[in-house]
Write a protein that binds this ligand. Structure first.
Ligand SMILES: Cc1cc2nc3c(=O)[nH]c(=O)nc-3n(C[C@H](O)[C@H](O)[C@H](O)COP(=O)(O)O)c2cc1C
Length: 196
């Protein structure tokens, strides 16, 4: 039986979340092609400015890709979460690129009382149960990069919506404060006028 290796790492995106879209498209596209050609399977997650990637395949291929990844300027703070030998591959394909907004992933982080998606918090105990979530997610569907980006954009637009809501509240507060301010500042002169 051919021994395979698998690894997972956490890293931090260098692009601002508002500008991550282009990086994600490029990464997903090159990964799709390269990983298929080199029989690498796994998953890449992006969320909250973090990446989580799980890669499995033949040792020379996995090691080569990891060396490339370490030099990639689109992320930093690469932290290897584990690296081990396996007899069987768990993922049947590459292409499971999606974001942490997927309900099973969000649920996993909530269930373990972790404040949102942060792969750096996946310690030795948690990482394997997290992988089980990803394995079952992989067998249920094959989310494409486009779906992942749609998920990301939907959540970004709800974030923008909440910023708009905050702006509305700000304007309302100003509408209340300005008349109040005018009343208070005019009051002394008014009372002064009457006193005089
Ligand atoms: C978070 C992240 C994950 C990546 N995952 C892969 C991947 O799975 N497969 C791949 O071929 N490139 C991936 N890349 C891109 C590689 O780092 C690198 O750009 C690519 O292998 C080309 O390397 P080269 O420019 O040295 O030839 C990823 C980049 C980042 C930032």
């Amino acid at each position: 039986m051919i021994p395979y290796v698998r690894l997972a790492y956490a890293s931090t995106a260098t692009a601002n979340p508002a500008h991550i879209r282009n990086d994600l498209i490029q990464i997903f596209e090159s990964a799709q092609q390269y990983n298929f050609n080199h029989q690498l399977t796994g998953v890449l997650l992006y969320g909250n400015g973090y990446f989580f990637q799980y890669i499995e395949g033949r040792k020379p291929e996995v090691d080569r890709l990891y060396q490339h990844l370490l030099k990639d300027l689109r992320h930093q703070g690469v932290s290897l979460l584990f690296y081990d030998v396996v007899e069987q591959l768990k993922f049947d394909q590459w292409g499971s690129c999606y974001t942490h907004f997927e309900p099973p992933i969000e649920h996993f982080f909530r269930q373990h009382q972790l404040a949102g998606f942060n792969p750096y918090l996946l310690n030795n105990q948690l990482i394997h149960s997290f992988l089980d979530v990803l394995y079952s997610r992989n067998s249920n569907s094959s989310a494409s990069a486009t779906q992942a980006l749609r998920g990301l954009e939907a959540n970004q637009s709800s974030y923008v919506m909440s910023l708009k809501d905050m702006a509305t509240v700000g304007v309302l507060i100003l509408l209340i404060l300005i008349p109040l301010y005018l009343i208070v500042t005019l009051m002394p002169s008014t009372s002064g006028f009457f006193l005089f």
